[in-house]
Design a protein around this ligand. Sequence first.
Ligand code: NZQ
Ligand code: ZN
Length: 384
Amino acid sequence: MNNFVFHNPTKLIFGKDQIKNLSSEIAAKNAKNILLVYGGGSIKKNGLYKKIIDELKDFKIFELDGVEPNPRVTTAQKGADLIKRNNIDFVLAVGGGSVIDCAKLIVVAAHYDGPAWDIVIGKHIPTKATPFGTILTIAATGSEMNSGSVITNLESQQKIGWGSSLVYPTFSILDPVYTYTLPKNQTVNGIVDMMSHIIEQYFNEADNSDVHDAMMEGLLRQIIHYGPIVLENPEDYTARANIMMSGTIALNGQMRWGYIGDWASHGLEHALSAVFDIAHAEGLAIIMPNWMKYIMPKHSAKFKKFAVNVFDVKVEEKTDETIALEGINKLQNFWKSIGAPITLAEKNIKESDIKTILQAIHKELGRMEILTIEDCEKIYKLSL
Ligand code: NZQ
Ligand code: ZN
């Protein structure tokens, strides 16, 4: 295990009606002009927009709406330009990972004279950010409490993750009630995404991550318990709260002390959704079990541990590989049972598309197991 420093400055404000703290949190930053960033309109339909406007009556509000799922660099550029033109001193992102990721790029691109994309590809390292906060409306990515962002460039067919310690949100308000209105498929996407984040870190490059393994096994078991409950009853507060908390814990840096995690499935998925614009979690549900099957023979002891401790696979007289495979199949069946796709065919992606998807992979993938481009091709083929 590597040495590490853990410092997460985001203030988490969790629970029912916590929006009452919004204006005081922003006032504490001495802000006057706010850029409100949101998506395609769900916050207008469910009344959250009106609540925010009421809360922020003492501030001047500018708006950037229409942030796309898989947020585009062009939208972030628009937001950065708005900040430059209007003397905006605080950004409030209201939505899911897409809106928050877009806001992260906006707040640093506003202090750079070149194109926002330079920041995503590492050509410009940001040095300053407009402070920003979030109100989360979907439990999924963990973006509300981390310093990462994933941005799509349709022109170059790239979807790239980047990060900076400048883009931790100042605060994030997490009210599980705001997730009641999620369509079923988005709740499913969130469950798959947070589980996949834990799995990416569980299968890591460290020689010992026992403490974290136990925490991650527990987290996965709770998501497997509460996931079907929220799907059955979308207004079950306890279940929504547990799912929301799990999504944040899964990717706020806490689960990777001393290692990074494998993250090949995310790389394979980002290439997929760069080309096909499918939901991030749909791609993960399809790819991750096949990535697991592909690398499992080289790491069967760890996969056995996963199968036994997360899915209660019985050891009996079986080989490690048999136990490991049972665990992977149980994961895939769980995702299928809650309504996630598990084959590329379900998203109309064919074998002849694989060449194009491979071209969207721009860096080496994997840490527990480094993948060659041939390995990637085989995993996509297994996923057909
Ligand atoms: O746009 P609106 O109308 O708001 O609708 C959204 C969107 O269509 C809807 N939605 C959100 N909250 C809702 C709601 N509908 C009704 N009621 C609510 N309460 O849900 C749809 C999906 O939203 P999105 O923000 O795209 O979902 P998610 O949070 O899953 O974010 C996905 C993006 O995050 C990236 C993904 O690649 C993808 O681009 N990721 C970001 C990460 C990070 N920053 O750490 C890590 C992840 O692995 C991931 O890659
Ligand atoms: Zn993810």
